[in-house]
Design a protein around this ligand. Structure first.
Ligand SMILES: Nc1ccccc1C(=O)C[C@H](N)C(=O)O
Ligand SMILES: [Zn+2]
Ligand SMILES: [Zn+2]
Length: 207
């Protein structure tokens, strides 16, 4: 079975958090000059598109990308559908048996047009973070640019997830993904000091 790409392509028009550094690619050293190769150069915020957050993103004393075990981002993941919500809280998981699930992906449909940065998105509550911690889930992925509201300054979901040992994968493209069990591969780059990293996120159905 083949892998399904659930990442946002990185190009000049990929949306950016308001005020943050946009993605740009240029050929810094063209073949005509180097005599042998084209050499590209990228400038971007580490929080553009599909990416993971390192705890240092929201905690000056938190782990950097290099401190995160890559195994967090590789392995079985459960996708569940949570549409039409302004908040996603612990009780929203009540109907779901998540026994044995370690990576949980929420398909919220809360960012339907990825060409436009959303003004409002569903937010995760600290009660949900606590429930994920109790369940032994160590990765939450979602189809939104943040686990908190866009205008949040407290970043309470980011902090509550970190307190519970739950790592964060944001900006997935889940339009063509049905709820179910998948293998996930969404490994960050080894950016030693990074507060986050873009990832190529892939899902493969577990049959
Ligand atoms: N780039 C920003 C600039 C200002 C304020 C927040 C952000 C974020 O990136 C938050 C988002 N939750 C993120 O982790 O991607
Ligand atoms: Zn981020
Ligand atoms: Zn974030």
């Amino acid at each position: 079975m083949t892998w399904i790409d659930v990442s946002q392509p990185l190009h000049a028009d990929v949306t950016t958090w308001p005020g943050d550094t946009k993605f740009s690619y240029e050929i810094a050293w063209p073949m005509a000059q180097s005599g042998s190769v084209n050499v590209g150069k990228v400038t971007m915020s580490l929080h553009v598109g599909t990416h993971i957050d390192a705890p240092f993103h929201f905690d000056d004393h938190g782990q950097r990308v290099i401190d995160l075990d890559p195994s967090i981002y590789i392995g079985p993941a459960r996708v569940i559908h949570m549409p039409h919500k302004s908040k996603i809280e612990a009780s929203d998981l009540d109907g779901h048996d998540l026994t044995g699930v370690e990576r949980l992906i929420l398909k919220t449909d809360g960012w339907p047009d990825k060409r436009v940065f959303p003004e409002t998105i569903p937010e995760l509550t600290p009660s949900l973070a606590d429930r994920l911690g109790e369940l032994g889930i160590f990765l939450i992925g979602l189809d939104l640019p943040s686990v908190d509201a866009i205008d949040s300054k407290e970043m309470s979901a980011h902090h509550a997830l970190a307190r519970n040992g739950v790592h964060i994968l944001e900006g997935l493209v889940l339009d063509n993904i049905l709820p179910g069990d998948y293998d996930l591969n969404a490994v960050p780059l080894p950016i030693v000091e990074g507060d986050g990293s873009p990832v190529r996120a892939l899902l493969r159905p577990i049959l």
